[in-house]
Design a protein around this ligand. Structure first.
Ligand code: C5P
Length: 230
């Protein structure tokens, strides 16, 4: 399956409390964003990639990958959805087809395996809508009140965590995101924009360790399990 790639990488990563955005923190000699990109650059189906970085980001131009001819840069926006939309517009302006598949993957998720990527592509290649990698929740879930006390225990058997990559048709995703942003709907992933547009994305079970680096302990965990030659 051939696909385009959009990597939103314009977040500030406030919860990491580091001196730079989290995608530029190091694991085994390379930064998170480099690890993230390499999983896709090694895949034969990749048509091209867009990395959405903040306009004043001083770190991206210093990476060797910034000069890779398969990767272009788009300006990041205020919210993740703005960044992704800018990436999709950049692909369409560069000649990508509306009916092509596009994968959107968080810059801060460096531990995607080639096997998970292939399972997503193989499972969805003939799907009318598209979908995403996801993981069933492991813990018991509580709905709480403002006072921090439990109101009820939620049925966890029907609750999954939305991961990335998320895989949709370029034109359909662009329209869904643009309309959701115009209407002021909160969309925290691509699937929620498609859902809002009346579609039902498919979930493909992935590995739980394809985690998004959010807090310092996530980075420490990945540093501790990372093979030195990866
Ligand atoms: O903040 P969070 O971890 O949910 O961000 C998910 C991804 O979206 C990160 O890779 C981040 O860099 C990106 N992002 C973005 N533009 C924003 C906010 C977040 O590209 N305005």
């Amino acid at each position: 399956t051939k696909f385009w790639l959009v990597i939103p990488a314009a977040g500030v990563g406030a919860r990491m409390a580091a001196d730079r955005p989290k995608q530029y923190l190091q694991i085994a000699g390379r930064c998170i964003l480099e690890h993230t990109l390499h999983c896709f650059l090694d895949h034969p189906g990749l048509l091209g990639a867009v990395v959405c970085v903040a306009v004043d980001d001083p770190f991206w131009p210093q990476l060797p990958l910034a000069r890779d001819p398969r990767i272009r840069r788009a300006p990041g926006g205020r919210e993740r959805a703005d960044s992704v939309l800018a990436g999709l517009e950049s692909l369409l302006a560069g000649g990508a087809d509306r009916d092509d598949w596009v994968l959107v993957h968080d810059a801060a998720r460096p531990n995607l395996t080639p096997e998970d990527l292939d399972r997503l592509l193989d499972s969805l290649t003939d799907d009318p809508v598209g979908g995403l990698l996801a993981v069933p929740v492991r813990d018991t879930l509580k709905r709480i009140g403002r006072d921090g006390r439990v109101l009820e225990t939620v049925d966890r058997s029907v609750i999954w965590q939305a991961y990335t990559p998320q895989m949709f048709r370029l034109g359909a995703l662009r329209e869904a995101l643009a309309q959701a942003l115009e209407e002021g709907v909160a969309v925290t992933d691509e699937a929620s924009a498609m859902e809002w547009a009346g579609q039902s994305p498919r979930l493909i079970e992935g590995r739980a360790d394809n985690l998004k680096v959010t807090r310092p302990e996530d980075l420490h965990y990945l540093q501790s399990i990372w093979p030195q030659d990866r």
